[in-house]
Design a binder for this molecule. Structure first.
Ligand SMILES: *Cc1c(COP(=O)(O)O)cnc(C)c1O
Length: 373
């Protein structure tokens, strides 16, 4: 509909990114598409279905309700829940055929005691100290394979500094990788058949492409952006941004020198000017910290700064230098307009964050408009 504010999702670019990323992986390694947080704001069911069509059949989400939602939308294949699921919801793991992460051995026993067969991937904490059983407790980890109600289909870890290619960052990643392979070697020695192994997220693939795994859990790179534009990665790939963010001009008005704009009168016109009210605000995920000149948008192919404070549902821009801005014109907050372009990396940087946060906080109220040939 494109009536007020929308995210335009380019499915051609999504497919392109998935294909170039798959090419970086060793032949037997598959993409596990990370579609948590509504596929980083891109619309999880549509993204998962599209990826399914090009042969991706493993997905990861953070929360069980995200997995249930995907199943109800008809997504088949493996859906791994990366986060914690409360025992109160174990029934849904079975009912919706979801795969649960074993966040530590104690939790693994709880899952086993539920009494129904549950698919799991065992997570190993190799030094990040977030989820996972300590890599030094190999006995405990081996114990998970002996639990009769656990169907252990994967074992994985997560790197805390994969995006950091400084010597210190690389050393820490190496330390984590070695710890993980140490666990695998010990399990193999004890005669266990190893299930599917995975380590890398987007930056893991870009900085450690040589790792031999069964899956790579790729999130942000699938959406065609990096967390920050400055990141140096070992491999550079031709990623194409999937998302554009757009809204409408609600109206334009002339204001006189000395008049103010918006809440708190934070903007005072230095001269007579033309401003436009744009139908998008922080509730749609456009960060409020970009108020008062902190950010800009594109209209009629030209840059227009945000003036005054960004409101929940609207923001105001200065379009004095831009002729013929009219009600209902399209404003681009992320994406291209004519020869100008605003990237998600630029907006995230202006807002003091990373693209992952910017995209995943795009609101439910935004329409998603899918483009594909
Ligand atoms: C979110 C997440 C990913 C995906 O990370 P990206 O950097 O977006 O590729 C992978 N693994 C785990 C455990 C995650 O939480």
């Amino acid at each position: 509909m494109k009536s007020r504010a929308w995210a335009e999702i380019n499915l051609n670019h999504l497919r392109h990114n998935a294909k170039v990323l798959k090419k970086l992986l060793p032949p037997k390694c598959e993409v596990m598409a990370v579609v948590k947080a509504n596929a980083y704001g891109h619309g999880d069911a549509v993204v998962a279905k599209e990826l399914n069509l090009i042969g991706i059949s493993a997905f990861a989400v953070a929360a069980i309700r995200e997995g249930v939602h995907l199943r109800r939308q008809g997504i088949t294949g493996e859906i791994l829940i990366l986060g914690y699921t409360s025992p109160e919801e174990f029934a849904d793991l079975v009912r919706y055929d979801l795969t649960q992460t074993v966040v530590d051995c104690e939790y693994g026993k709880l899952l086993d005691q539920y009494g129904r067969k549950i698919k799991v991937h065992v997570k190993i904490d190799t030094g990040m100290h977030r989820l996972g059983e300590d890599y030094q407790n190999v006995r405990g980890i081996a114990g998970m394979f002996a639990c009769k109600n656990l169907s252990v289909e994967g074992i994985f870890t997560h790197l805390g500094m994969a995006d950091d290619s400084s010597p210190a960052g690389m050393n820490f990643s190496r330390f984590q990788i070695d710890n993980f392979y140490g666990v695998l070697a010990q399990l193999r020695d004890w005669g266990y058949d190893l299930p599917n192994v995975h380590i890398q997220s987007s930056y893991g693939v870009l900085n450690f492409p040589e790792l031999q795994c069964d899956y790579a859990r790729i999130g942000i790179a699938l959406y065609g952006v990096l967390s920050t534009a400055e990141d140096q990665t070992k491999l550079s790939v031709d990623l194409r941004p999937v998302l554009s963010l757009k809204a409408r001009v609600a109206l334009t008005k002339e204001i006189g020198a000395g008049e103010t704009v918006g809440y708190g009168c934070r903007f005072t016109a230095p001269y007579d000017m033309t401003i436009a009210v744009v139908s998008i605000g922080y509730a749609d995920g456009f960060p409020r910290c970009l108020s008062c000149g902190g950010g800009y948008v594109l209209v009629k192919g030209k840059k227009a700064p945000v003036i005054g404070r960004i409101c929940m549902d609207q923001l105001m821009i200065d379009c004095s230098g831009i002729p013929d801005v009219r009600q209902n014109d399209i404003v681009t907050l992320i994406g291209e307009d004519g020869t100008e372009r605003i990237t998600a990396e630029q907006v995230a940087k202006q807002a003091g964050t990373i693209t992952n946060e910017l995209c995943s906080r795009l609101g439910n109220r935004l329409e998603r408009v899918y483009v594909s040939d």
